[in-house]
Structures are given as structure tokens and as C-alpha cells.
Design a protein around this ligand. Structure first.
Ligand SMILES: [Zn+2]
Length: 128
């Protein structure tokens, strides 16, 4: 069984949105840059606060790793899998699995895929 996220005060809106098939990133009230994960202040200009912005969830692979060995027994049935850094259309950079694992490459256009698990929804990507 996959490890289960533990939403906290900051991350809960992100997880709740995924369950509704929506992708949220945070936008800085001062510089306007978008960020993930949700943070109490901007990592670029240090302004406090941020506004949740819904994005289409489409984007482009910036980088990726492909896992061939399970780091924990829970992931033994999952290998090989690929985790990508995706630059979202509209701003923000996010990390998630891309399926199929062998399809991922830098520059690949991707679309969001919402995978429901017991009690939570995972964001993954697939080739556009
Ligand atoms: Zn900022």
C-alpha cells in the first residue's frame, strides 16, 4: 500500500482540491509568482501570505527521475516509476509521478491525472 499523505493546516486545501479534480498553487500578493507547496510566505520575495489559484494542471516536464529499485517495501510493486518536476501552465512548479514511467522526458507536455486512493487523491501526470 502506498504511503498516505498527512494533510496539515497548510497543505489541506491542496489535498481537498485534488479530491475535486482541481489543482491549486499559491500566488504571492506582492510579486505575483506562483509556488508549490503552499507556504506561509513567498520563497522569492519573502512577502507574507498567498492566494490559492486554480490552474489547469497541464504543463511541461522540467526534469525527472526514474526509480528502478524500491526505497521501501511499500513501493516494491510500483517500480519502475518516474517522478517529474513539472512547470505548470500559468505558473508554478510541482512534483508528481508521470505514467507510463518510460514515456517521461524533459520537455514532455503533460496533463493531470487524478488517482483516487483510500481517503485521498493523488496528482499524477500523463503525456498530453
Ligand atoms: Zn513574492
Amino acid at each position: 500500500m502506498l504511503p498516505t499523505p498527512t494533510p496539515d493546516q497548510l497543505s489541506e486545501p491542496f489535498w481537498a482540491a485534488l479530491a475535486e479534480r482541481r489543482v491549486l498553487v499559491q500566488e504571492c500578493p506582492a510579486c505575483g509568482r506562483r509556488r508549490f507547496p503552499r507556504l506561509p510566505s513567498c520563497p522569492y520575495c519573502a512577502a507574507e501570505g498567498g492566494t490559492d489559484v486554480e490552474v489547469p494542471g497541464t504543463g511541461t516536464v522540467y526534469s525527472f527521475v526514474r526509480m528502478h529499485r524500491a526505497l521501501t517495501p511499500a513501493m516494491a510493486d510500483e517500480v519502475p516509476y518516474s517522478i517529474a518536476t513539472v512547470d505548470l501552465d500559468g505558473g508554478g512548479r510541482i512534483f508528481a509521478r508521470v505514467e507510463p514511467a518510460e514515456a517521461v522526458e524533459i520537455g514532455l507536455a503533460v496533463v493531470p491525472v487524478f488517482v483516487d486512493h483510500e481517503g485521498w487523491t493523488e496528482l499524477r501526470f500523463a503525456p498530453a
